[in-house]
Write a protein that binds this ligand. Structure first.
Ligand code: KIV
Ligand code: ZN
Length: 388
């Protein structure tokens, strides 16, 4: 089995659907260009039937982006399908992504449809999409809470109708990693025509398990991961692109999977999204948070300054950061303070450093973090020997 993992980015669709992350056409276009630079295989550009603005945006992205596949989302309804098909008319690599729910709870309370009707609607939608484009994805919404027997039937039927990717969403982020792994394995082993389609996973993060579930799925036969920059998305978000990719990258000796992502574009992409939406990234967010490569504790600082591998499992450079961050606070040690002062042009002997260190820890107790300006102000009023 090919070990390349297709990265399907849905920042501009599922990500944008979450409160506070709405983007206009120029913003989405700017981000789409960055996603192409990042090397994502598929950009889900929007949900064309949702609004005229979204339709126009998908169209514009389709005209502009040449390397990544551009996906347009639609329900299995005819109006949705027609809108998605026409929104992609200029795309170099178009993909129709059609979906319908498959869990009994959605069938009864949302769709009021029988399983037979859902299956028929899915097959009709895929056949219609296939009459326009080759690359067709079908998603069984709420798959992780659906009857696996029904999933086998519907996925077999849509592959027969022309779907080239079948997506298994954990729509409500309910699955546990081993349950989701079992579901993917069951589908992989029991869909008779599975060799004609790629299994995709789309995990939400309601229990904080979206990345773990995506990785477990890959181990069990999935070859496409749907994810978003900074993990944005409905409710608690989607699987975070940077976490999925850096897990694969950092542990490649143990997992042996590859992606086409240019990891040095991860941090710029994260920052661009934050800047466009005005929503900052939580400081302790893995890979792209402000603290992801920051060290305040003396023992850690000492280790990292001697050899970064002591406390860093990937280099800041590998994700597009220029360096790690040594933060001077009350937990910092003399070694890190000495290095920081040297960077600022102050070369202190041991005795002076001890004195300044005492003053700095006192200051840190009062104001938590001591920044470069604080240190320079302190040094401006402190006597120290100019000789090293
Ligand atoms: O979470 C979900 O089920 C979705 C589908 C439309 C793929 O976003
Ligand atoms: Zn979703």
């Amino acid at each position: 089995m090919d070990n390349h993992i297709t990265i399907f980015d849905t920042t501009l669709r599922d990500g944008e659907q979450s409160p506070g992350y709405s983007m206009n056409k120029p913003e989405k276009l700017r981000l789409a260009l960055q996603l192409e630079k990042l090397g994502v295989d598929v950009i889900e550009a929007g949900f064309p039937i949702a609004s005229d603005g979204d339709y126009e945006t998908v169209k514009e992205i389709g005209k502009t982006i040449k390397k990544s596949t551009i996906a347009a989302l639609c329900r299995t309804r005819q109006v949705d399908l027609e809108s998605a098909v026409s929104s992609l008319e200029h795309a170099a690599k178009p993909r129709i992504h059609t979906f319908i729910a498959t869990s009994d709870i959605h069938l009864q309370h949302k769709l009021q449809m029988s399983r037979e009707e859902v299956l028929e609607s899915a097959v009709n939608a895929v056949e219609f999409a296939k009459s326009h484009y080759d690359d067709i994805e079908f998603s069984a919404e709420d798959a992780s809470r659906s009857d696996p027997e029904f999933l086998i039937d519907i996925f077999t039927a849509v592959i027969e109708a022309g779907a080239t990717t079948i997506n298994v969403p954990d729509t409500v982020g309910y699955a546990l990693p081993w349950e989701y792994a079992d579901l993917i394995k069951t589908l992989h082993d029991n869909i008779p025509n599975i060799d004609q389609a790629t299994i995709s996973v789309h995990c939400h993060n309601d229990l904080g398990l979206a990345v773990a579930n995506s990785l477990m799925a890959v181990r069990n036969g999935a070859r496409q991961i749907e994810c978003t920059v900074n993990g944005i998305g409905e409710r608690a978000g989607n699987a975070s692109l940077e976490e999925v990719v850096m897990a694969i990258e950092t542990r490649k000796n143990n997992m042996d999977y590859t992606t086409g992502i240019n990891t040095k574009e991860i941090y710029p992409s994260s920052q661009m999204l934050a800047q466009i939406t005005g929503k900052g990234v939580q400081p302790n967010k893995a890979i792209v948070g402000e603290n992801a490569f920051a060290h305040e504790a003396g023992i850690h600082q000492h280790g990292v300054l001697k050899n970064p591998l002591t406390y860093e499992i990937m280099t800041p450079d590998s994700v597009g950061l220029t360096s790690n961050k040594i933060v001077i606070g009350k937990h910092s040690g003399r070694f890190a303070l000495g290095k920081k002062l040297e960077e600022l042009g102050y070369h202190l002997n041991k005795e002076d450093l001890n004195r300044v260190y005492t003053m700095v820890t006192k200051l840190a107790d009062e104001q938590k973090v001591v920044n470069d300006e604080d240190l320079m102000n302190l040094m401006a009023t402190t006597k120290y020997s100019k000789e090293k």
